[in-house]
Design a protein around this ligand. Structure first.
Ligand code: HEM
Length: 418
């Protein structure tokens, strides 16, 4: 059933990227949770999909991959059908696979995110934060013009960590940044200006990824690419198209999300000065700040599954083959789970029995880089609070036009250079 929006003027279309341009439409999601928590969203260019807006339904679907498939052959993890997408001929990466195969591919790179590995990375992450902050201070001393926080800090910070994971020079970060924007910016002409541009970017990324494969085949290291090479040598099926799609997944998953969390966190802290003061006064709260930022922002707005059999969700019959889209941005503000869900509260997760947010997904495909992302957020804010205590947004953010990534393209900031 298609319903009228709470204003009663037009049907709700959660797929419309313009809906997210002013920010996540939390009122619309609240209305859906209360009135149509399993909402049929028609599509003009597709079969339509079930939109899940409640936390309990998102958790249930995420933990039942046999019934709710991510496999590319069933359509994959995006609202559009990946198996009908003709712009590339890549094979599925782990995010578009079901168990048991999914586990084999996930295991290949898990070694890159273990607690000891993350402990080893922390000093380098901190040094990068310090270097970027010092460059911002230099820029401030040279000019009074507002500084763009995204290009000066959150983007290079996330991409340089990715460069470390890949074992490539930080100077390759600009290329990785551009390719990643092209992949997720399908609805934003500033990121993907044309089909030709997309094809050229994908071609460049493929050449780059193949060069890395060749280099690591002769001289393996401890990086993610070497782990993929080793898995292939040990017998895991790794065709060139499969390797390329895995490479792209890692570039996009570890970059956009972390960048937008850091930028979005700065806005949330500015809008909630008492939370900002509490975080600055008590470093023990910073791991909780990282978690609350991801709940509050929901950097990934949704993921899609496909029903493999007739089933019910919240009493609503779902037919085999139907698309089911889990709106994390809504589940993370579900007031049947989170007390005062629209309040940015960095002490929330420090309370015993605090409910779990789904900003990193849940279940079978829960984010592989979750701990790394939380580490990066914590260290970023430790250094920003210590070195730029009066850092604040100085204007409105420019938002990515997307129904998938809650993205911030630029954010002017001010601070005193001391
Ligand atoms: C704040 C930052 C991040 C957020 C909000 C985030 C969010 C997510 C979400 C929602 C999923 C679930 C996909 C699904 O259920 O279909 C996911 C999966 C994934 N993430 Fe993250 N992510 C973040 C950072 C990272 C980082 C830093 C990396 C690695 C460098 C990473 C790598 C991955 C990978 C490889 C998957 C696929 C896992 C699988 O299919 O088993 N993510 N992420």
């Amino acid at each position: 059933m298609t319903v009228q929006a709470h204003g009663g003027l037009r049907p709700i279309d959660l797929k419309d990227p313009d809906l997210y341009q002013p920010g996540v439409p939390h009122e619309t999601f609240a209305w859906l949770r209360a009135n149509h928590p399993v909402y049929w969203n028609p599509e003009t260019d597709g079969a339509g999909f079930w939109a899940l807006t409640r936390h309990a339904d998102v958790m249930a679907v995420s933990t039942d991959p046999a019934t709710f498939s991510s496999a590319r052959s069933n359509g994959g993890h995006r609202i559009f059908n990946e198996n009908e997408f003709t712009e590339t001929d890549m094979e599925a990466s782990m995010i578009s696979m079901d168990p048991p195969t999914h586990v084999d591919y996930r295991r290949m790179v898990m070694g890159g995110f273990t607690p000891p590995r993350l402990r080893d990375m922390e000093a380098g992450i901190r040094q990068r934060a310090v270097n970027l902050i010092e460059a911002m201070i230099e820029a401030r001393r040279a000019s009074d013009a507002p500084i763009d926080f995204v290009s000066a800090f959150s983007a290079p910070y996330a991409i340089q960590t990715l460069a470390e994971l890949f074992g490539v020079p930080e100077s390759d970060g600009d290329k990785l940044f551009e390719w990643s924007n092209t992949v997720v910016g399908e609805d934003d002409p500033e990121c993907r200006s044309s089909r030709e541009f997309m094809e050229r970017s994908m071609g460049e990324m493929a050449m780059y990824a193949m060069g890395l494969w060749q280099a690591r085949s002769g001289a393996p290291g401890g990086d993610l690419i070497s782990m993929l090479v080793k898995a292939a040598e040990d017998g895991t099926e790794m065709s060139l198209p499969r390797y390329l799609s895995t490479f792209i997944l890692l570039v996009v998953a570890g970059n956009e999300t972390t960048r937008n969390s850091i930028s979005g966190g700065l806005i949330a802290l500015d809008e909630n000065p008492e939370q900002r003061e509490a975080a600055m006064a008590d470093p023990a709260l910073l791991p909780h700040l990282a978690q609350e930022i991801v709940r509050y922002i929901s950097p990934v707005l949704h993921m899609r599954r496909t029903a493999t059999r007739d089933v019910e969700i919240g009493g609503q019959p779902i037919r085999k083959g139907d698309k089911v889209v889990m709106w994390y941005a809504s589940a993370n503000r579900d007031d049947s789970v989170f007390e005062a869900p629209h309040r940015f509260d960095i002490t929330r997760t420090s309370r015993p029995g605090a409910p779990k947010h789904v900003g990193f997904g849940f279940g079978e495909h829960v984010c592989l880089g979750q701990r790394l992302a939380e580490l990066q957020l914590r260290v970023a804010y430790e250094e920003l609070f210590a070195r730029l205590p009066d850092l604040r947004p100085a204007g409105a953010p420019r938002r990515l036009r997307s129904n998938f990534i809650n993205g911030i393209k630029s954010l002017p900031v001010t601070f005193s250079a001391g």
